[in-house]
Design a protein. Sequence first.
Length: 116
Amino acid sequence: QVKLVESGGGLVQPGGSLRLSCATSGFTFSSAPMSWYRQAPGKERELVAVISSTGGSTNYGDSVKGRFTISRDNARDTVYLQMNSLKPEDTAVYYCKAQYYLRDYWGQGTQVTVSS
């Protein structure tokens, strides 16, 4: 059974940092590209960052380039999202996604709120 569990969300002031984690199980993590998405109230889910199965390639949404960093630890079956210089518009539920054998698997999400 594929399982993805996000953690690390919370309330942070503008300009602050958070690191999200997504712990996985039930599939061969090192074979799966991984992504982070987010969804703000009343908005569609948007891609934040994606990392290849080996970690050798990454891509970011325009709104987070230069501020967020995606990484993975294939020994721990975990993907991370380091978020710096956070802005109020980064407030959303953040989800991780695994792409494995042409199927997408999602976690339950973790709330990030950026507010003073």
